[in-house]
Design a protein. Structure first.
Lengths: 272, 400
């Protein structure tokens, strides 16, 4: 069997893409499209829903159905698509702004509802498209264009948020490990209910430049020092955990998704 | 409920179905029933007074019809889910009031830009802000037309009775489907909460339109390329026609497009599809306008007060008539100008301070017309006497 390339989902003539050198979005998208191919996803039965920002530009490269939405609301649009037509594969691509900053309310409710969406969050730790401002996932005390003296606020742990809110599947990865990323995405896509994959990505152009990691290798090194396989992470002492984050599958449950539960409502209504 | 009672109820319902059913209904309930009649099978909303009965009714009725009621986390999500469901092929709608309608504006812009059929019910209540949350107003007229950023147009319909709540909801879906755009139904709280006996239209009695689906080779489908009629066909996600919809400026293929000529064409096309069919879209009703010296322009709850005022005026020797605006946007300027030309005076009662309708009437009639404004903005209804008073006060007097 030849290796999946994912190219059959890519619009001809659109390369090179618009993302900066060193950015993880291209790698994330490549892994996702290879996962599509290995799972046999069609263009007709797949809808990619995007938000606004660097990650939100992804739909312009794709040949599947797509809906490019407003900032932070991608999950709410995707919810309407999936709720009405459960047979579709609905995949939502967001940044850290879309998912847990401006769109945080939709994020926790999509997870609580356990709607059968696959949400991929490209967390580049700041607002890239608008010039590197602080977001809800910027580490505390980090420098951004709107936190010149350090970020006084604490950051969200996206995966912990999804887990607490009720997601069926939660995983984290980094874009330097393409095969692992693709495998995790396959698991997320295959799991019914709300699935969340956080891809912690370098942003050398903004986050890196502002925090003494202007060159991509420095940012990758920064990520590598922190990304810790979840089994090892769980053995770390509390104090050590602060400077690490777990990667791999963090939550894997099989609770019934929203549409399955709604079928019960329909059956009850018909008997009433 | 016992089996026997259930059986008997079913038999009674079957009998009632043969004859035209007359039911005591609330305006909001008639809106939900009208939506179901029009084929709506997806409702997403967030509860808000005075619109919540529409949500309640949909929650009860949709599941047994194979449809869906979704209570979203806010109104931003509600309109987003409605748009998503519509692109998946649903006739979809939401219902809200002022504060929720304000929250919906950005995503409503996507429905305009992406040419997504959907219906938004704004049961108007008194503001500003939380205002008098349970009291009526007609003060969102300009927000409905201009509430979103960017240059764009929508269609808005305003019912004046419980029956019109039903029929104009069906009409709203028909316009949404035919022209690929969001249509706003804008009852005021009085009409939304009014109860009347109504004989509901039978299935097949009212025309129910479906959006135009694409034909031809799927690979050649361009979701934003208008046919000769000015409207592009719309596929549904999951069909053989794969398509892109974006909030960004886009070409006929639905992909981002930054070309200035394309941008100009898109903005023009979004307006022109309404302008072209303007005469089909503008719906008005007139009462007692054959021989007329005073024209009363009404919408929603002011219609009954206007008609009562016209009859009373005629009893007193003033020949008054009423033009009811069922369509508010696009504004019925030609209809107002035609009738207004035959009147020495035009009275515009409306439940707001700023005269949002009167300003448009002024534009339609030009300077020099004797336009009498009647404004209420305290959450109480405009009475026939208020309108009569405006007719007999001297021109340019302080408004009442």
């Amino acid at each position: 069997m030849s290796h999946a390339t994912g190219l059959k989902y890519v619009k001809p003539g659109v390369m090179p893409h618009m993302w900066c050198s060193g950015c993880g979005i291209g790698g994330m998208l490549g892994a996702l499209l290879r996962a599509f191919e290995e799972l046999g996803y069609g263009k007709t039965d797949t809808v990619v829903v995007t938000g606004i920002g660097c990650t939100g530009k992804a739909d312009d490269y794709l040949l599947t159905n797509a809906l490019h939405t407003t900032h932070g609301r991608a999950l709410a649009y995707a919810t309407g698509i999936k709720a009405f037509k459960p047979q579709l594969n609905v995949v939502v691509l967001m940044g850290d702004g879309d998912s847990v900053t401006i769109g945080g309310n939709h994020f926790i409710h999509a997870a609580r509802r356990n709607i059968d969406l696959t949400a991929i969050v490209l967390n580049n730790l700041n607002y890239g498209m608008t010039g590197g401002q602080v977001s809800g996932t910027t580490p505390e005390w980090a420098i951004t264009s709107t936190t010149s003296y350090g970020n006084p606020e604490r950051e969200f742990d996206i995966c912990a948020l999804a887990e607490t809110a009720g997601a069926n599947y939660v995983a984290r990865c980094t874009p330097d490990a393409g095969w692992e990323m693709k495998e995790i995405m396959k698991q997320a896509l295959g799991r019914k209910g709300f699935s969340l994959v956080e891809v912690v990505s370098p942003c050398p152009t903004h986050f890196g430049r502002n925090n003494d990691m202007k060159e991509t290798p420095a940012m990758l090194q920064w990520l590598a020092e922190r990304a810790t396989p979840v089994e090892r992470y769980r053995q770390l002492a509390e104090a050590e955990r602060k400077s690490h984050f777990p990667i791999g599958t963090l939550v894997d449950k099989h609770e019934p998704d929203f549409n399955t539960r709604y079928d019960t409502i329909r059956a009850r209504a018909r008997q009433a | 409920m016992s089996h026997a009672i259930k059986q008997e109820r079913k038999a009674t319902q079957a009998l009632a179905a043969v004859e035209k059913e007359t039911r005591l209904m609330q305006g909001n309930q008639a809106i939900a029933e009208g939506a179901i009649y029009a084929g709506a099978r997806f409702f997403a909303g967030y509860p808000i007074t005075p619109s919540s009965e529409i949500a309640d009714e949909c929650a009860k009725r949709m599941p047994a019809l194979g449809g869906m009621y979704m209570q979203m986390e806010d109104e931003i999500a509600s309109i987003a889910a409605v748009i998503g469901a519509s692109l998946a092929g649903a006739k979809a709608f939401t219902a809200t009031s002022g504060p929720g309608f304000s929250l919906m504006q950005e995503n409503l812009g996507l429905a305009v830009m992406g040419e997504v059929p959907c219906v938004i019910v704004n049961v108007q209540r008194s503001g500003p802000s939380t205002g008098l949350a349970t009291k009526p107003a007609q003060s969102d007229i300009m927000q409905i037309r201009w509430g979103r950023h960017g240059d764009q147009a929508v269609i808005a319909l305003c019912p004046a009775s419980v029956r019109e709540c039903f029929t104009l909801t069906v009409q709203a879906f028909n316009f949404a489907e035919r022209f690929r755009l969001p249509v706003i139904l804008m009852p005021d709280e009085i009409v939304g909460h009014m109860r009347e006996n109504v004989a509901l239209p039978l299935p097949g009695e009212l025309e129910v339109l479906q959006r135009k689906a694409p034909g031809g080779a799927p690979a050649a489908y361009l979701p934003f390329k208008p046919d000769a009629d000015g409207i592009a066909p719309l596929a549904a996600y999951g069909s053989e026609y794969v398509f892109h919809v974006t909030s960004s400026m886009h070409g006929t293929d639905g992909y981002s497009n930054n070309d200035p000529a394309n941008a100009a064409w898109r903005v023009r096309q979004l307006h022109e599809k309404i302008e072209r069919y303007r005469d089909d879209i503008v719906l008005t009703r007139s009462y007692y306008t054959e021989e007329m010296e005073v024209l009363i322009v009404t919408l929603g709850a002011t219609t009954r007060a206007g008609r009562a005022a016209a009859l009373e005026a005629r009893a007193q020797g003033i020949k008054a008539g009423v033009l009811q605006l069922q369509t508010v946007w696009p504004f019925p300027d030609k209809e107002i100008a035609a009738l207004g030309a035959r009147a020495r005076m035009v009275v515009v009662p409306e439940m707001n301070y700023s005269g949002q309708v009167a300003g448009e009437v002024q534009k339609a009639l030009g300077p020099g017309a004797d336009i009498r404004r009647v404004n209420r903005y305290n959450g109480t209804i405009i009475t026939p006497q208020d309108i009569l008073d405006a007719m007999i006060r001297p021109a340019n007097a302080e408004r009442g």
